[in-house]
Design a protein around this ligand. Structure first.
Ligand code: PMP
Length: 330
């Protein structure tokens, strides 16, 4: 029998799959690791379980406690999932720009959400940051995971993502590529792969153009979940050999190609990471194996990246037209 005891036992051990079409002309093997197959739909399930385990162990989170975090995305889903299983309450503070679908995923798991105005300064008492600090202080038994600085984020990837990649490639991986948001994924996975390979695996970050990791000033971009305008404690730049900047347009075009040409429906940061990997691969040969981590699935982006009108409104060109039946019926 192959039965998991709880949903949390299904976190991690995500599969690797080889790319064929989008990597045509590349002689290296390009493998992608599908993190959307985690139960909460992203790589963030890994950090959620590790952060909560550590908080319980350190006495920061007691039975009946409340998890308070400013997050609108995947980390919220991971934390909400673990909290549901362990009997904690969750309060997430979100800026009002976050769409209804993302809010509804969090409340579906039983989390409470507090919506704050986007257009106020961080020091304003109404801001996302101020409100979450105040709630963490005022709610009895509150615990704030603080994913940008919590060392358990990178540790979860050091303990799980890295060893899975090494095991599943039989130690043949030569390059690892991941987008950088908090930096936890690349720091933890990269550190493990460098250690286990006697420093032979090369670690490559992918970053939206404009973000600080690739030398930008923090100017805005549209790819979600990656890039920053400050340096988080979860990121260790000494682990990373190189950071490749990718434009929104290239990231989104590749995201659509992954669905159309590989049958892999993922988010924009996944497209971004694949673009960076293929650029790195231009210099590589048939003995090289690149593993690219794809953090989440595409269902959360159907109204954006996969919507022609939205793409056009930002000046991005559409994916190759495939709607020939509709043309026939006209
Ligand atoms: N892509 C998406 C969609 C994410 O939500 C995140 C997490 N912020 C990342 C990439 C980057 O992961 P990390 O925070 O570990 O750098």
């Amino acid at each position: 029998m192959k039965i998991a005891n709880t949903i949390l036992d299904l976190i991690g051990d995500t599969p690797l799959v080889k790319l064929h079409k989008v990597s045509a002309g590349v002689s290296a093997t390009v493998l992608v690791k599908l993190e959307y197959l985690n139960p909460g739909g992203s790589a963030k399930d890994r950090i959620a379980v590790r952060i909560i385990d550590a908080a319980e162990r350190d006495g920061l989170l007691k039975p009946g406690g409340t998890i308070v975090e400013p997050t609108s995305g995947n980390t919220g889903v991971g934390l909400a999932l673990v909290a549901q299983q362990r009997g904690y309450k969750c309060v997430f503070v979100l800026p009002d720009k976050v769409g209804e679908d993302k809010r509804n995923v969090l409340t579906a798991y039983g989390a409470e959400i507090v919506v704050t105005p986007t257009s106020v300064a961080p020091e304003d008492p109404q801001s996302y940051y101020s409100v979450s600090d105040r709630l963490a202080r005022d709610i009895p038994g509150a615990f704030k995971p603080n994913q940008y600085f919590n060392p358990n984020g990178p540790l979860s990837h050091y303990e799980t993502t890295g060893p899975e990649i090494w095991r599943d490639t039989d130690g043949t991986v030569t390059h690892f590529v991941a987008g950088v948001g908090t930096g936890g994924t690349i720091t933890g996975t990269g550190r493990y792969l460098r250690e286990v390979s006697n420093d032979a695996v090369r670690i490559i970050g992918a970053d939206p153009e404009g973000s600080v990791y690739s030398g930008g000033t923090g100017r805005p971009y549209l790819v979600e979940g990656v890039g920053e305008d400050f340096w988080p404690g979860a990121y260790d730049p000494t682990v990373v050999h190189e950071v490749i900047a990718v434009s929104d347009a290239d990231s989104f075009a590749m995201t659509r190609r992954l669905a159309l040409e590989e049958g892999i429906l993922v988010g924009g940061s996944s497209g971004m990471a694949v673009v960076a990997a293929l650029r790195a691969a231009e210099k590589l040969g048939p003995d090289d194996t690149i593993v690219v981590l794809l953090p989440d699935g595409g269902r959360g982006y159907l109204g954006k990246i996969f919507n022609d009108g939205w793409m056009r409104s930002y000046g991005f060109s559409n994916a190759p037209a495939g709607h020939t039946v509709a043309n026939l019926l006209e």
